[in-house]
Write a protein that binds this ligand. Structure first.
Ligand SMILES: CC(C)(COP(=O)(O)OP(=O)(O)OC[C@H]1O[C@@H](n2cnc3c(N)ncnc32)[C@H](O)[C@@H]1OP(=O)(O)O)[C@@H](O)C(=O)NCCC(=O)NCCS
Length: 165
């Protein structure tokens, strides 16, 4: 069986990640990247984000192939809380791979970073993302009004799922 892994993102991942992120079917995902160069610039800032304990961003690998990304953003005022975000190449959707990646990033968050609370937010229409949270035993805690912005800067309500330890 092919194996899922995560590792810190590298600047050399820019081409693959840009291609995956350019998918017009990422309907409920707010990240927008204009070019490989812009993606590379963004990736180059990751070590600083880790040093400041702002964000820990990982590339998802299926064996050696780059198939997506998953990240932990730490709450600035509550540094024991992290939010998980993820995306995966469309040809791999529906195979449980993101759910496996969530388990791995959860270990990083809880065990390595010592977090006490992990959150996942998703728009109600993003059923695949909600399933990922449910399958990983995150609890539905509430409905956040106008909590996220889309690529057109329009605000949307989201479900809040969370797990604590
Ligand atoms: C959300 C996303 C990461 C899920 O990745 P994935 O690898 O397909 O996730 P998994 O296979 O682990 O789980 C998806 C589940 O959703 C289900 N699902 C998919 N589309 C669905 C739909 N329209 N309605 C109901 N369930 C749906 C799948 O059947 C699967 O559940 P199952 O294992 O019980 O059958 C992927 O769709 C994606 O990259 N989307 C674009 C980016 C994005 O929206 N990111 C999340 C932002 S909150």
């Amino acid at each position: 069986m092919k194996k899922i892994g995560i590792r810190y993102q590298r600047v050399s991942d820019a081409g693959s990640l840009f291609q995956i992120l350019s998918n017009p079917n990422f309907k409920y995902f707010s990240v927008r990247v204009a070019s490989v160069k812009e993606e590379a610039k963004w990736l180059s800032l990751n070590p600083g984000r880790r040093k400041r304990r702002e964000e820990f961003n990982y590339t998802i690998l299926l064996d050696q192939e780059i198939i997506g990304g998953i990240g932990l953003s730490l709450d600035r005022k509550r540094p024991f809380t992290g939010e998980i975000g993820y995306f995966i190449a469309e040809k791999y959707w529906g195979r449980g791979l993101t759910s496996q990646a969530v388990k791995l990033v959860e270990q990083e968050g809880f065990k390595k970073l010592g977090l006490r609370r992990l959150e996942i937010l998703m728009r109600p229409a993003n059923k695949a993302s909600e399933r990922v949270a449910i399958k990983n035993h995150y609890r539905k805690e509430g409905f956040l009004k106008k909590a996220v912005k889309d690529r057109q800067d329009k605000f949307h309500d989201v479900w809040l799922y969370a797990k604590t330890r």
